[in-house]
Design a protein around this ligand. Structure first.
Ligand code: ZN
Length: 536
């Protein structure tokens, strides 16, 4: 589940290099009012990793400006934009897609938290930087580029603005180039942008939806995982395509998408959490809300139990799933926990998230905030080239010249010790995937712990379908066709008719036979809906 690194450095953290600050700088100050500020900072981090010509536009960091402005020029395609991955400058499709998906979902799920903290516009602007890039990399409806950069990037230590040399490796998804994992994540991110943006700029939103469908078709027609030069070796593409399918279902209520999701992901349960390589629980959370299918809730409940009882806990209370970048997993699980709380009002899920988020913010034995810039005691040596500044390899382990505000570092070990050294990247590196779950979790914390208006989307409780009923076959002739449509019209106009099957006419399963059913019958017969019944 790890990012492989070209330099296999020892991940063991020595006690001699670990630090335990002697003063309590932030733990005492953690309160509900901390969450809006932490949310704001966690979004800001993305400004530090922006790439392309427009980096300086709407950027909170004065030390960032345009970089890699010729990406793609050697093949005659503009591949500028997007986000650097972690502390390096490669643009990986899988982490750009994952981050854009989770950030978009965060805004969709916890809009009230963003609104209350005044961060909605910044979040939308950041999301648009992602979606502009994805669509900028479209060469045709069947060819999108998703990867720019090569491993030689790691031989350079300095700001992206000063990096010279060509970025020779570009990869695309298209005919014979299966990268359905990236297609799925990109498609989901674009569908979410449609949902988040349709009331702001319908033209842009519709452009996103069109691209989401193109990428969906591209992934469906070219299965397989993408090539990331061994850094992010995805284990499967089906969970990612199920993610895309679920959001298209949310938008269009076309059962064909649900059928695809079910075929790709018959069981969404996993003993891990949401990450760039595992979207099963994210699919489960959206599926639980959109369909009410118990398998989705069961997967989420099982995951909550696993994290409470099956994941090891440090003495200070941190849940540690993996030693490499541990806080990214914990943050992601916090986001899932708060979505679970939103769906089912399970107080233990809410308090789980609070316990872990408060730890991250400074309520821990090291009295240290693991979000840079938050509180007064936070990491000073993030593994991040732009934050290091113009130092080069000779001084690359010096304290960062620039404060990488909002970045979530990999985090402490299972003894609650944090090694604040630039080269200990398992604990000091940051990433666009790390912060994504954190943003979602923090928005949920604002939404549920701060005194703001609450909005909830209770899960759908579907009316069971009756297998003996052929929905839409109102005249009981074994067919669903225009005769049924005419019969339903007559019934609704009050024209006496006989032998109508009004149960079969209730095609949206709401217990009534009315004009809503008439509209659905019309759309079904026009080929706009995949099947009946239809709960839209
Ligand atoms: Zn760049």
């Amino acid at each position: 589940m790890k990012k492989l690194c070209s330099v296999l450095m020892v991940a063991v953290m020595s006690l001699s290099s670990a630090i335990l600050p002697a003063f309590n700088a932030s733990a005492a100050s953690i309160s509900n009012s901390s969450y809006p500020e932490a949310l704001k900072y966690s979004i800001w981090f993305y400004d530090a990793n922006k790439c392309g010509k427009d980096v300086a536009v709407d950027n909170v960091f004065s030390w960032r400006s345009a970089c890699h402005t010729t990406d793609g020029s050697d093949i005659g395609i503009d591949l500028t934009g997007g986000f650097h991955d972690c502390g390096d400058h490669i643009k990986f499709g899988i982490t750009n897609g994952y981050a854009a998906s989770i950030l978009g979902w965060s805004l969709y799920e916890f809009k009230a938290g963003f609104d209350a903290s005044g961060t909605t516009n910044k979040m939308l602007s950041t999301l648009k930087y992602f979606t502009d890039y994805i669509m900028n990399c479209r060469e045709s409806s069947t060819k999108y580029y998703y990867h720019v950069g090569d491993p030689s990037d790691h031989e350079y230590w300095g700001p992206p603005e000063a990096q010279t040399g060509s970025r020779t490796i570009k990869r695309y998804m298209g005919s014979g180039q299966g990268a359905a994992d990236v297609c799925g994540l990109y498609s989901g991110a674009l569908s979410l942008m449609y949902l988040n943006y349709k009331d702001i700029d319908p033209t842009y939103a519709n452009k996103c939806l069109t691209a989401a469908k193109e990428l969906y078709a591209l992934g469906k027609n070219n299965p397989g995982v993408g090539n990331a030069d061994g850094f992010y070796t995805s284990s499967d593409w089906k969970d990612d395509m199920a993610w895309a399918a679920m959001w298209l279902y949310v938008i269009e209520k076309n059962n064909s998408y649900l059928n695809d999701a079910n075929s790709w992901l018959p069981s969404p349960a996993t003993n891990w959490t949401m990450c760039w390589n595992d979207m099963k629980l994210a699919v489960a959370a959206v599926g639980a809300s959109a369909t009410g299918d118990s398998k989705y809730k069961d997967a989420l409940t099982s995951s909550m139990t696993f994290w409470k009882n099956g994941v090891s806990t440090s003495n200070g209370g941190l849940k540690i799933l993996d030693s490499w970048g541990t806080l990214r997993y914990t943050s992601a699980q916090c986001m899932l926990s708060l979505v679970y709380y939103k769906l089912y009002k399970d107080e233990s899920a809410k308090s789980f998230a609070k316990s872990q988020i408060d730890y991250i913010l400074g309520d821990n034995p090291a009295n240290m905030s693991y979000i840079i810039g938050f509180g007064s005691n936070y990491p000073k040596h993030p593994h991040h080239r732009a934050a290091s500044g113009y130092v080069g390899w000779d001084n690359w382990k010096s304290p960062a010249k620039n404060v990488l505000t909002g970045a979530l570092v990999g985090g402490p070990d299972n003894s609650d010790r944090y090694t604040d050294e630039t080269d200990k990247f398992t604990c000091t590196e940051v990433g666009i995937d790390y912060n994504a779950g954190l943003v979602g979790a923090m928005a949920g914390m604002v939404q549920f712990y701060c005194d703001i208006p609450q909005y909830t989307n209770p899960p759908v409780t579907p009316t069971p379908t009756n297998p003996s009923i052929k929905y839409g076959d109102i005249n009981n002739d074994g067919e669903v066709n225009a005769i049924d449509f005419a019969a339903l019209r007559q019934y609704l106009l009050g024209i006496p008719t006989s032998n109508l099957n009004l149960t079969a006419a209730d095609v949206n399963l709401d217990g009534e036979t009315d004009s809503l059913d008439f509209g659905i019958m019309r759309r079904f017969l026009l080929g706009m809906l995949g099947s009946l019944p239809y709960r839209g």
